[in-house]
Each structure stands twice: as structure tokens, then as C-alpha cells.
Design a protein. Structure first.
Length: 429
């Protein structure tokens, strides 16, 4: 079976959009399995730029696109994104979009709670996208969620809404907020129900049929491993499991379906939101990386924090996610630097560490140990073969591979689809 699972190997924003677009043009099905509309995937197709937050990237090319049960779904964000893409000429119908009936819904009360908590947290705030992702996942595991299939029975939602609202009203009271207007919430759900339900399907069945037919399935991860709720920089993480293993549970296909696990990794490091970042640069090099790399969030427009490549973190990401090979992106952003640093270990209280410690205070306190390599002055932008890369750039890539203990399958040298060096085709495995 030639399936591919794509995940982010850092804190998200690794340039997954371009790689996923290239792979989705060769897949039969593209499936999202976690996260929600906190994701921001930019696809450049010809002279059109598509910005996706919730829909699987395959939708732009008409490939069957599936939103799995592991995703939290904001019905109004879904409608807005479908309308935006339709206006850009993308046809979205029940023939090319299917949504798991078991997806929990993100409601306006989740967005409210996300913002109330962030505003009240001062220095301790997580820096969420304020889209209600965390509160919606909390209600899912708290067994209070309203799910897509419940929209078929809005008239019977009374007791479920009572339970959910009782929980939220108590939290809202703590923030001095009025109780939820249940009649209004029910009315809003009734109005959006048909729009969502046209896409609702038992997608585990669709995917299992596709598997039996030998179709190529592309699992499209969102965010990155360092934002994983278990393996990331907790509590400065998102509320889902972003590792490749989630592709199975988040869609209803067994773990054997993951296929080639492609970790997307930027040639340097960025992060949006709060939390530890050992190799962060507060100097002109950090500034330069941000400017050359256009490091502004797709979803929130926030400036991304920038720093050197952290081989310790990426090695850990590749290990916990079972990465088969990486796609190294934005190499050209490093062009013209005199020297380039790579973090190869940490110092913590007189000790040397070869992995990221679990405790938040230790994560904030580690000092990076750097190895410095000579940079290159030539441009790597648009390179499509090893022969077009300067020797020092190849040396950098080889050293990265060695340190992260994972081979490079692709190198991306510009946002254009063709500007890619293909070392190993993930679908050919
Ligand atoms: P949440 O997912 O909105 O709860 O935000 C939790 C953390 O994940 C914050 O640091 C966000 O900035 C970060 N985050 C969520 N989605 C993305 C993404 O797609 N790219 C990068 N960071 C993200």
C-alpha cells in the first residue's frame, strides 16, 4: 500500500502546504485527522494563492477530501471557507468533500472560552489562535460535545445542550459572563445543520473501501510534533495529538495505513505563540530569517519567532512520529549567511542533554550547544537538483540528516511546486 502521512516536524508552519499540494495531486484521497481551523496551509497553484484552514488541501485539485473524526469542526468556519474557495473557482460538493459524522463541533461558546482564558492569563497565556480548539477538545473527552451527527436531530438536542451549557455557564460565571442563550444556540445550529449534513458520511467506511481498492491515501497533518499535547512543549501546545500515529485514530483506519511518514522540517526554526524555544534569535539574524522567510502566521497574521535549526528537537520529533524521511523546506532563506549554527545538544545545570527535558521549567532553562558551519553566498532559490546547490548547502543538509538520524526525501527551494529536489518519492515506497 502506497499511502503517505505528512506531519510537521517542528512548531507548525514548516511549509506543509506546498508539499501536501504536490502529493495530493497524485493521491486518490486526502484526509485531515486532527486539529481544526487553527491550521493555515497556503497553496500556490499557477497564479492563484489558496489559504486553507480546515479543508484538506486536496480540495483545490478536486481530489476526494475527507475530514476525519479527530478534527474539531466549526460549522460556520466551514461554510465561510467553502464560500471563499467557491468564489475562487473551486467546486466543493458532497462528491469531493466528506466529513465524519462523529466530528465534535466547535461552537461560539468554545471561541468565547478560549478568548476569556487567554485574556485572563497574563504572562501565562498560551497564545492560542482563539478559535475554540482547546475548549472543543475538552468537551469531546468530557463527553459533552455536540457532534456532526447530532445536527440530524436538532429538535432533540435539549438535554445535551442543557448538560453542555450547565458546564459552560459555571465557567463563564467565573469570568463574570452572562449565561448562554440556549434558544439562540439551538436556532443557530438548526440554521447551519443542512449545510454541514450534506457532507456528513461514515468516512471510516469510505477510507476502508479506498484501502481495499488499493487507492492512494494522503493523511494531512496540521500544526507540528512540538505542539502535540503529549509530546510537545506542554502546556504551550495545541489540544490534539499531532504525531503521525493519530492518522489512524483520527480517521478510523488502522495503524498499518500510515504508509510513508513524511516529516516537513524547515531549514531553521520558527514558532508562533508562547513557550520555550531554545534556539530563538533576538538579534539581526533572527530578524533577517523572519523577513526573508516571510514569517507571519497564515491564520492570525502574528509575527513568528525565528531561530537556528534545532537538531535535538527534530530528532525527537522524528522518533516519536516514526518519520520515514523528511522534506527540508525554505533552504534558500539561509542563503548569504557567513556562518550557520545547528543546535546539537543542551546544557542544563551543569549537565549535557541529548534530548528535550519534559518539565516546562527545564525546557525554558536549557541552553543550546551549537555547532557552527560555514554558510554559502550563492542562491539556492529554485534549485531542482543537487548539482544546482552549492557544496556548503549540501554539507549542511548532510549534517542535518546525520544529526536527526533521518534521511532527506525532498528539499524545497521556493514556494513553486517544481522547485523541489526529489531524493525519494514517498508514494513510490
Ligand atoms: P490552539 O491550537 O489555537 O489552541 O493554539 C495552541 C498553540 O498552537 C499556540 O501556540 C498556537 O500558536 C499554536 N498553533 C495552532 N495551530 C497552529 C498552526 O497551524 N501553526 C503554528 N502554530 C499553531
Amino acid at each position: 500500500m502506497a499511502n503517505v502521512t505528512v506531519i510537521g516536524g517542528q512548531w507548525g508552519d514548516e511549509g506543509k502546504g506546498k508539499i501536501v499540494d504536490w502529493l495530493s495531486s497524485r493521491a486518490d484521497v486526502v484526509a485531515r485527522f486532527q486539529g481544526g481551523h487553527n491550521a493555515g496551509h497556503t497553496l500556490v497553484v499557477g497564479d492563484q494563492v489558496y489559504k486553507l484552514s480546515l479543508l484538506p488541501s486536496g480540495i483545490v485539485r478536486g481530489t476526494l477530501s475527507v475530514i476525519g473524526n479527530g478534527v474539531v469542526l466549526d460549522p460556520w468556519a466551514l461554510k465561510a471557507e467553502v464560500e471563499k474557495l467557491t468564489a475562487q473557482g473551486v467546486a466543493i460538493t458532497p462528491d469531493n468533500l466528506q466529513i465524519a459524522e462523529t466530528c465534535p463541533l466547535i461552537l461560539p461558546i468554545h471561541r468565547d472560552l478560549d478568548a476569556l482564558r487567554e485574556d485572563a492569563s497574563g504572562q501565562g497565556k498560551i497564545g492560542t489562535t482563539r478559535r475554540g480548539i482547546g475548549p472543543a477538545y475538552e468537551d469531546k473527552v468530557g463527553r459533552r460535545a455536540i457532534r456532526v451527527c447530532d445536527l440530524r436531530h436538532v429538535d432533540d438536542l435539549g438535554p445535551q445542550l442543557d448538560r453542555l451549557c450547565a458546564h459552560h455557564d459555571a465557567l463563564r460565571a467565573g469570568f463574570g459572563q452572562a449565561p448562554i442563550d440556549r434558544a439562540r444556540l439551538k436556532q443557530d445550529l438548526a440554521e447551519i445543520a443542512d449545510f454541514v449534513l450534506q457532507f456528513a458520511k461514515p468516512v471510516w467506511l469510505t477510507l476502508n473501501d479506498a484501502k481495499h481498492k488499493g487507492s492512494r491515501i494522503l493523511f494531512e497533518g496540521a500544526q507540528g510534533v512540538l505542539l502535540d499535547v503529549d509530546h510537545g512543549t506542554y502546556p504551550f501546545v495545541t489540544s490534539s495529538n499531532t504525531i503521525a500515529g493519530t492518522a489512524a485514530g483520527g480517521t478510523g483506519l488502522g495503524p498499518s495505513a500510515a504508509g510513508f511518514v513524511l516529516g516537513i522540517v524547515k531549514a531553521y526554526t520558527t514558532r508562533v505563540g508562547s513557550g520555550p524555544f531554545p534556539t530563538e534569535l533576538d538579534d539581526e539574524i533572527g530578524q533577517r530569517l523572519g523577513e526573508r522567510g516571510h514569517e507571519f502566521g497564515t491564520v492570525t497574521g502574528r509575527k513568528r519567532r525565528c531561530g537556528w535549526f534545532d537538531a535535538v528537537l527534530v530528532r525527537q520529533s522524528c522518533a516519536v512520529s516514526g518519520v520515514t524521511g523528511i522534506a527540508l523546506t525554505k533552504l534558500d532563506v539561509l542563503d548569504g549567511l557567513e556562518e550557520i549554527k545547528i543546535c546539537t545538544g543542551y546544557r542544563l545545570g551543569g549537565e549535557t542533554l541529548d534530548h528535550f527535558p519534559a518539565h516546562a521549567a527545564d525546557q525554558a532553562a536549557v541552553e543550546p550547544i551549537y555547532e557552527t558551519i560555514e554558510g554559502w553566498q550563492e542562491s539556492t532559490a529554485g534549485a531542482r537538483s543537487w548539482a544546482q546547490l552549492p557544496a556548503q548547502a549540501i554539507k549542511y543538509i548532510r549534517r542535518v540528516e546525520e544529526l536527526i538520524q533521518c534521511p532527506v526525501a525532498l528539499v524545497s527551494t521556493s514556494p513553486e511546486r517544481e522547485d523541489t529536489i526529489l531524493v525519494r518519492d514517498p508514494f513510490a515506497d
